[in-house]
Design a binder for this molecule. Sequence first.
Ligand code: IPM
Ligand code: MN
Length: 364
Amino acid sequence: MFKITLLPGDGIGPEVVDAAVKILKHVGERFNTEFELNTCLMGGSSYDVHGTPLTDEVISECYSSDAVFLGAVGGPKWEDLPHHLKPEAALLKIRKALGLYANLRPAKVYTPMLSYSSLKDEVLKGTDVMIVRELTGGIYFGQPRGYDDEKGFNTMIYTKEEVERIARTAFNLARVRGKRVTSVDKANVLEVSQFWRKVIIEVHKDYPDVELNHMYVDNAAMQIVRDPKQFDVLVTSNLFGDILSDIAAMITGSLGMLPSASLGAKYALYEPVHGSAPDIAGKNIANPIAAVSSLAMMLKYSFEMDKAAEIIEEAIEAVLNKGYRTKDIYKEGDKLVSTDQMTDKIIDEFERIFYNQAINVFTL
Ligand code: IPM
Ligand code: MN
């Protein structure tokens, strides 16, 4: 039995979490696994009830779960609140509280989606990048920070321990992928980056089977759109990773397709990369694929259910192959479907692929 805390959040968050939960029910049945789900408030919806975007009770609940699954937080309703009460502050708080230092954001292109990106087919074809973003350090959390009438300031700081552990995450991932790591920094200007690079090189000594290169962040931004195939695993700091992962999202054609996993030594949280999209909330038109794909990451990284994760990914690809598209990725000639319909299509394919594989096993 696995215990999962659900944090649907705001905007389209609840709709896409619902979609993932529907699929999880089928996974549970087919793979004889029980999932205990507990839904809690986070973001604006928590602020409206408790006056804070994340309560200590919810954090305690996460501590006692095997994994956390988050929808999205934020919206115009809460934009004018003081910084620490904004829904986004809850995201930073939960990352820190659960020690989720490694943020994995894979950007790969589904073949049927090749022509949907703003980038050319031949540039994209075969692209499969894993961005490993450091998530609990750097300029997001560095002290001192603040502003007054005359100045504003933040501190970009990394300790040896912080760089070492994210480096290990990246090298270990590369070992089971393409065995190449690109470390992204700004070592031509920033001391913190010179230190980052030094530690990465040090840790690399334990991974002689993995190839390592370094790239300045401005160049990396350009290279991702020029020739994304050159990358396997990309490891970088919190702020640079935030920016580069949005750029990389265009590889998939829509932010509605990108999943993420945030991993720490003890806890793990999964969430779509997209935001709460308040303008389309409640209309049953949101793309559930990023959430469903995040669910696949949860099954793989937290529950070692690699087979179930694989079937979900195959099911998504099959549905896209058949031409079903939610509004964000719809083009003339496609079959336009709602959030619910897309979810049902993925379930149909999940069941079909599962049974085909089961039959193959029986007839061996
Ligand atoms: C993300 C988001 C967050 C971040 C914001 C909403 C705090 O952009 O998860 O990428 O900057 O980390
Ligand atoms: Mn971001």
